[in-house]
Design a protein. Structure first.
Length: 559
């Protein structure tokens, strides 16, 4: 009989931060995992430790060990120090939205059963209907699992194997679709069944789905009086039937294993077989094989579902990446770096797209407009509102009343179009060639006015955020900048940036950084402040957008 090669190498399925899945075999021990180059598995995430974990062999078993990493090693949702790995274990590294590994042990359950059948076949050769035929059927499923790229081919092999094992006439694989059942695969010993044969006793299948347990078998009597009261079964002249439920296989591991252990597995369909020839228990002596086939079918279907979800997620990520590029392109590209007015700015969304934005544009030869806004909330909805806000200020004129009227119109727009579901803080101002800054602060973080040779001040709120009240009062303020004076405008993502201990960067560190770099140019000051935030957070992923704009009044600079 033809043999089939079985891989004896353990491996990881690696799902990276973008949701891409790859497979890596563990061919050398210790198998090193970490952020630093030279590890067998390189975790490209600043939150991972340089040497995070390794996989070793202890007493012939594969074991993963935490190498005193900062965020730990988690197996199936539980933090561990040293743990033997089991097939399907999910390994994570202490933070969400990053790498996760799924352990794959050498061999699989089908191969174990094939080995058992081979051993018993040495002592009991009963022909094609016995262990030898069953062994061939199981190996065909194994071959399909290892070599086929078609889900349908694997499911066909599963149903064919079930037909051989039970000597049934027909086999169907049915999947739940809401309250209905769809036939995914229908076969007999000759191959696919014709559409006219797609008739199965639905009530029996539903009993198999509704009752607890793994396998439901029934025998129908020879005469009508002892027949099952199912009209569909009687009309089909069935003598025997067996239903094996398909269960939702949690390939990614439960979020809380302690809670998940008590939860019943969801039944997603059935592997159904019947016979019209004789009345017998087709599951007798075959229960383990049938349930194994059901598990393999469930795994294939769950893999297909996860692949579909991953493709959808990848498509969404591609769309969000395009949206991010568009959003970034709407930010001012050519900030003034020469003449009487200099600027440096950036906006880093915490997700693919963010609700912060800043803008800077000339009103005329003697005045520039500046706007920084922070729309409440995260994600696409806030990003859309932010882009609408940006257009509202393009018609600003060189006077304080224009600021006030524009903000009032924006407030009315928010109230009318979002039904009070969205609001935003914003700071807008007009800086003249004479150094006069007229501004309106609608509930935004107070910008810091940093004179070159004086004490820093803050430009506090002159009205509430837009979108909160129907008829708010907005007033304007003003200050006069001297040569080389700076104005630092930021969103609360800067002061509320957190490190691993949950501490905020805060206003105190902000002012300390400004004081330590107070004599530097606006561009250098901007970079120093972002570096200080980055060093404080240690690369920790942030929950809010980081927007920073530094302005410098430079009347003596060459044009």
């Amino acid at each position: 009989m033809a043999s089939i090669e079985i891989s004896r190498t353990p491996a990881f399925t690696i799902v990276d931060r973008e949701g891409n899945a790859t497979r890596q075999e563990i061919t050398e021990f210790p198998f090193k995992i970490g952020r630093q180059s030279g590890n067998h598995l390189l975790i490209r995430d600043a939150r991972a430790s340089r040497h995070h974990a390794h996989v070793t062999v202890e007493n012939g078993e594969i074991v993963i060990e935490d190498l005193q990493s900062r965020h730990g090693v988690w197996v199936n949702g539980e933090r561990i120090q040293n743990r033997q790995l089991e097939h399907g274990d999910r390994i994570e590294f202490g933070f969400d939205d990053s790498y996760r590994l799924i352990y794959e042990r050498p061999g699989n359950r089908l191969q174990d059963i094939a080995t058992h059948l081979t051993q018993s076949d040495l002592t009991s050769r009963t022909g094609t209907g016995g262990n030898l035929a069953r062994l061939r059927a199981m190996l065909e499923v194994t071959r399909a699992l290892q070599s086929s790229f078609s889900i349908d081919s694997v499911l066909d092999a599963v149903v064919d194997a079930a037909l051989v094992i039970t000597s049934a006439d027909r086999g169907f694989l049915l999947l739940k679709n809401g309250s209905d059942l769809d036939i995914r695969c229908a076969r007999d010993s000759r191959g696919p069944l014709a559409a006219s044969e797609f008739r199965v006793p639905q009530n029996l299948i539903r009993r198999a789905l509704d009752q607890p347990g793994q396998t439901f078998s029934i025998q129908f009597g020879v005469n009508q009086e002892s027949a099952d009261p199912s009209a569909s079964a009687y009309d089909l002249a069935l003598k025997s039937a067996v239903c094996i439920p398909l269960l939702r296989i949690q390939l990614e591991g439960p979020q809380n294993p302690a809670d998940a252990a008590d939860a019943p597995l969801e039944k997603t369909g059935v592997l159904y077989l019947d016979s019209r020839i004789d009345s017998r228990d087709m599951s007798a002596g075959n229960r383990e094989l049938l349930e194994t086939l059901a598990i393999e079918a469930s795994t294939v279907l769950e893999n297909a579902r996860l692949l579909q979800d991953e493709r959808a997620r990848r498509h969404l990520n591609e769309e969000l990446s395009i949206a991010r590029d568009i959003q970034q392109s709407l930010l001012p590209r050519n900030l003034p770096r020469a003449g009487w007015f200099h600027a440096a700015g950036s906006s880093l969304p915490s997700r693919e797209v963010g609700g912060d934005y800043f803008d800077l544009f000339p009103i005329n030869d003697d005045a520039w407009a500046v706007v920084v806004a922070d729309v409440a909330g995260k994600g696409v909805s806030s990003a859309l509102v932010a882009s609408l806000l940006q257009g509202a200020f393009l018609a600003l004129e060189d006077d304080a009343e224009s600021l006030r009227h524009t903000v009032q119109r924006v407030n009315t727009f928010f109230r009318d179009r979002t039904n009070g579901q969205k609001h935003a803080t914003l700071f807008c101002g007009i800086l003249g060639r004479n150094g006069l800054l007229r501004y309106l602060n609608a509930g935004h973080c107070s910008p810091v006015y940093l004179p070159i040779n004086d004490v820093m001040e803050t430009l506090n709120a002159t009205g509430p955020p837009v979108g909160l009240l129907d008829h708010p009062e907005y007033t304007t303020g003003h200050c006069t900048l001297g040569p080389r004076d700076r104005l630092i405008i930021f969103s609360d993502g800067i002061t509320e940036a957190q490190n691993a201990a949950g501490e905020f960067f805060g206003k105190r560190r902000l002012k300390q950084t400004l004081q330590a770099n107070g004599d530097r140019s606006c561009s250098a000051l901007h970079d120093a402040l972002l570096d200080a935030v980055q060093n404080f957070t240690g690369g920790q992923e942030q929950s809010d957008d980081l927007t920073l704009l530094v302005l410098e009044f430079a009347p003596d600079s060459p044009a």
